[in-house]
Ligand binder design. Structure first.
Ligand code: AMP
Length: 418
């Protein structure tokens, strides 16, 4: 199936061609025709599957006829974080390139006056985080009783972040007769129950269940200990040439520590965590996206769902406490058909969490040591000075034998035997 068969207008097809998407992804193939027929959707899809396009493309198609009234948006997209809302708005802007739809973005921490002007003129699409939207509804700046199409993105994250009461409040202000698209990376019973309040006879679409990690990602766990953790992190940065990497830390204090350490070692880094104000977060993301910073040091909540083109590596300074966060973290790489690498530092006390991750992803995790990796690359790191040697050692991460012993357990044929 190609994009021409989905029932999208030529302006949207031209925008898609310009962006370089060749074929619709699974979620796009499955969701777009149903959305265009007016069905509610209960979609289970992770970020990285093309899920944003799956609702933005038909939404633009549906809204292409009709006109908006002042302060009364015709559609509403709710996202749990500011970064995700920004990403959704970017995707909308490119799909809208040859259309004339108007969009406003309501997210915390940025000046409201420009968005307020847009709202006053009338917008077709309002992208918002729940708290910020309620603020503006309460101040009389937005009226949502004319919304014909509601999208709730990353409902499970909304639940984690405590936004469900806000969403329920918003739902009470929306018209009962409307179309609703409800997306979540998991479909737990709790999420399904929440979904029931929003959806009428939805078409359920499940793509790439949450418990799976992409086949495009090579993930390796490397033994460390608390004493050597920082210098081990530095070694991690020299296993492969790194184009752009996200380093995830469990604690905010570690983000600051890692950032200071890497800056001292002449890396260009940017940080992203929930305690930063919105302007700093946007600046960090921009520096990382325009490649002036090669490494982004981030917390789980702040980086959730962020889509960055060409991310070569995910490096976990810690094993995440929540096994599901591991899937989210490494899912930042290996996206849209590209290969990616993930390395995770682990210590003895992580054993229990690793077992839980293995249960979730239904795969054995490959564990090794720096000694093994470096001896396989024939590198001695006794006098290892990464700052001087930066990216000198071209990638050849594991000896085939090591790779094989790992895959013997999984039953999967290693690449070098193919
Ligand atoms: P998402 O799941 O919405 O976070 O999208 C993940 C990535 O896939 C983004 O970089 C999109 O630009 C990209 N993408 C979306 N649809 C397609 C497509 N049909 N073909 C190739 N890449 C796509």
């Amino acid at each position: 199936m190609n994009f021409n068969e989905l029932g999208l207008c030529k302006e949207i097809i031209s925008a898609i061609n310009e962006k370089g998407y060749e074929n619709p992804t699974e979620i796009q193939k499955n969701a777009i025709p149903h959305i265009l027929m007016g069905r509610d959707i209960l979609g289970c899809a992770q970020t990285g599957t093309g899920k944003t396009g799956s609702f933005i493309m038909p939404l633009a198609e549906i809204l292409n006829t009709g006109k908006s009234k002042s302060r009364m948006p015709r559609s509403l997209i709710l996202a749990p974080t500011r970064e995700l809302a920004m990403q959704v708005s970017e995707e909308f802007n490119f799909i809208n390139k040859f259309l004339n739809l108007r969009m406003a973005l309501l997210i915390g921490g940025v000046s409201f006056s420009e968005q307020d002007n847009k709202l006053a003129k009338g917008v077709d699409v309002l992208v918002a985080t729940p708290g910020r939207l309620l603020d503006h509804i309460e101040r009389g700046k937005v009226i949502i009783k004319d919304v014909k199409l509601l999208v709730i993105d990353e409902a499970d994250r909304m639940l984690d972040m405590g936004f469900i009461p806000d969403i329920i409040k918003i739902n009470k202000l929306l018209p009962k007769i409307r179309q609703t698209l409800f997306f979540s990376a998991t479909l737990s019973n709790e999420i399904r129950n929440i979904g029931k309040d929003f959806l009428i006879n939805p078409k359920e679409i499940t793509i790439n269940p949450y418990s799976s990690t992409s086949e495009n990602i090579d993930s390796t766990f490397i033994k460390t200990n608390s004493k050597n953790k920082m210098s081990d992190l530095k070694k991690l940065l020299y296993i492969d040439p790194i184009k752009s990497a996200v380093i995830f830390c469990n604690k905010k204090a570690d983000i600051d520590k890692v950032s200071r350490f890497l800056k001292k070692n002449k890396f260009n880094t940017a940080s992203l965590h929930g305690d930063m104000n919105q302007n700093l977060r946007i600046k960090s993301l921009e520096r990382f996206k325009d490649k002036s910073a090669e490494i982004l040091i981030a917390s789980d909540v702040a980086a959730r769902g962020i889509d960055i083109d060409g991310l070569s590596h995910v490096l976990n300074y810690d094993v995440p406490n929540n096994p599901e966060d591991y899937v989210h973290r490494i899912g930042r790489t290996g996206r849209a058909g590209k290969r990616g690498k993930a390395y995770t530092l682990f210590d003895d006390y992580d054993d229990k969490t690793i077992i839980l991750i293995e249960k979730l992803i239904k795969k054995k995790i490959y564990k090794t040591t720096f000694d093994k990796i470096f001896s396989s690359q024939k590198i001695s790191y006794n006098n290892f000075n990464p700052t001087k040697e930066k990216n000198k050692y071209k990638s050849k991460t594991l000896l085939p034998e090591e790779n094989y012993s790992n895959f013997k357990e999984s039953g999967k044929i290693p690449d070098f035997l193919n």
